[in-house]
Design a protein around this ligand. Structure first.
Ligand code: TYD
Ligand code: MG
Length: 457
């Protein structure tokens, strides 16, 4: 008989290794390999139990007409429902990840209370806090009178036994996946094997009963506890709750969604009474704008289906260093290098002797290439010391040749800008969806040089 070999699992990415190493080959993290028994430690059932059951495939065409839409449980918290694509889906599992202390438990307590008030059976299982602590938080959130069932348990089998009593739950929240452990696995709680096996058991529960299951996962940089990444592929949806240190707002970002779009965000503000929805994020990110200072340009961006305006600030200053500094907050540093290179190569704007700092106001993070034009405008404005018009928005992608490329949703961006009092726009030349607006002053440069000339005169 073959000797039982132990395996080493990376606690960060879940990769299996046959021997210990300081660094995981798969994800490149250090000190994340932990020995976890044989076969990854998941019991495969009593010997001889492996029976082969026959399944019957169905044809796709016979399914049509039966299923219209995924049945959803709407929380009534608009920003949360937006991020989930219209509410929690029955019979599905959702992972909500984020740094410790970002507000995951707060958000889910509020959602649980809202649903319980509307007659849904909601069970909140916490492996991190005692029932008294959860109740204390609920009191602070004005949610203590909602009939949410609380349980402080960490063993999956116990949890399943608890929630199986009485009426079938509509929503089960497990806070957090890292505290769960199942009898089916023999490793310590918090390890990849336990996290995976526990998640699997809860997902199976969701599929078989039709309850919506929400798993909370802490993101850890040290890899001490298995990150939510190891369950990402098992669940139906993944949301990340993010926030910038020192800012009160939080963004719920959809990373994966089998039942809806993945580019939606929900925006919240943390107050002393819990999370408040922010229905108009533009007002938040534009914040306290100091009009008429050089180096500031307002970008008309999109987050999923929603337009979001944000201010981009650039500081270009003479550099005493041989190799000038380039520092970016809230945008991609590679794209900044690209915009700088295009400005130098095609527009004759020199940054070689200058330090360049770029910041997106309010701690917001932009991922759209459409911000190129706003970044270029802010850079040129700071270099020349000439302020941009305070009532103007910018959007458009810049190609390596210096041409301005069209971007999607021009009309929506313009509409949002107008709503917030911006009268001018610098944008790519007319696209199909854009049909000339007489009232608004728009400037549509064909190349980046046209924009530089307009700003610098
Ligand atoms: P929490 O939801 O416990 O974070 P997580 O579950 O993601 O670890 O939130 C913790 C932080 O939120 C904590 O620093 C206190 C703060 N907070 C508020 O500012 N207002 C509130 O009403 C609540 C409940 C928490
Ligand atoms: Mg928590």
């Amino acid at each position: 008989m073959a000797r039982a070999r132990s395996v080493f699992l990376c606690q960060n990415c879940g990769a299996t290794h046959t021997r210990w190493a300081g660094k995981c080959d798969s994800c490149g993290e250090w000190n994340t390999l932990v020995e976890e028994g044989t076969h990854g430690g998941i019991a495969s059932g009593p010997a001889g139990m492996k029976s082969s059951r026959k399944g019957r495939p169905v044809t796709l065409t016979t399914l049509s007409g039966d299923i219209d839409e995924a049945p959803r449980i709407v929380s009534g918290i608009g920003e949360l429902d937006r991020a989930t694509g219209g509410g929690f889906v029955r019979g599905s599992a959702l992972l909500i990840g984020g740094d410790p202390g970002i507000g995951k438990s707060t958000l889910l307590t509020q959602a649980a209370a809202a649903l319980a008030r509307h007659g849904h059976r909601v069970v909140y299982v916490s492996g991190e806090e005692a029932v008294a602590q959860i109740r204390l938080r609920a009191q602070r959130l004005n949610a203590s009178e909602a009939p949410v069932e609380l349980a402080a348990e960490t063993n999956v089998e116990d949890i399943l036994a608890t929630i199986s009593e009485g009426k079938r739950p509509d929503l089960v929240i497990l806070d957090s996946i890292q505290t769960l452990w199942t009898d089916m696995a023999d490793s310590a709680p918090g390890t990849v094997t336990q996290v995976r096996a526990s998640a699997q058991a809860m997902i199976r529960y969701a599929k078989s009963t039709g309850a919506a299951v929400v798993l909370v996962g802490h993101v850890t940089k040290e890899g001490q506890i298995a990150g939510p990444r190891v369950v990402e592929h098992m669940v139906d949806g993944v949301l990340y709750f993010e926030g910038e240190g020192g800012h009160h707002y939080r963004i719920l970002r959809t990373v994966k969604n089998r039942f809806g779009p993945t580019d939606e965000i929900g925006v919240f503000e943390m107050s002393d009474r819990g999370l408040r929805e922010v229905a108009n994020p533009s007002e938040l990110f534009l914040g306290e704008r100091s009009a008429k200072s050089p180096g500031a340009a307002v970008f008309a961006g999109m987050e999923g289906t929603r337009p979001v305006l944000a201010e981009i600030q650039a500081l270009v200053a003479p550099s005493p260093l041989g190799t000038p500094r380039r520092a970016v907050l809230g945008w991609d540093s590679q794209r900044l290098s690209m915009v700088l290179a295009v400005l130098e190569a095609h527009c004759g704007v020199r940054f070689a002797q200058h330090d360049v700092y770029l910041n997106v106001a309010g701690g917001y993070r932009i991922s759209e290439p459409a911000a190129d034009l706003a970044v270029a405008a802010a850079l040129v404005s700071s270099l020349t010391g000439l302020a941009l018009p305070a009532d103007c928005v910018y959007f458009g992608e810049i190609s390596l040749s210096g041409a301005i490329r069209p971007v999607a949703h021009a009309q929506q961006r313009l509409k949002e800008a107008e709503k917030l009092g911006f009268a001018q726009a610098v944008m790519p030349a007319a696209t199909d969806e854009q049909n000339g607006d007489k009232n608004r002053k728009t400037f549509q440069p064909a190349t980046l040089t046209d924009l530089v000339v307009r700003i610098a005169g």
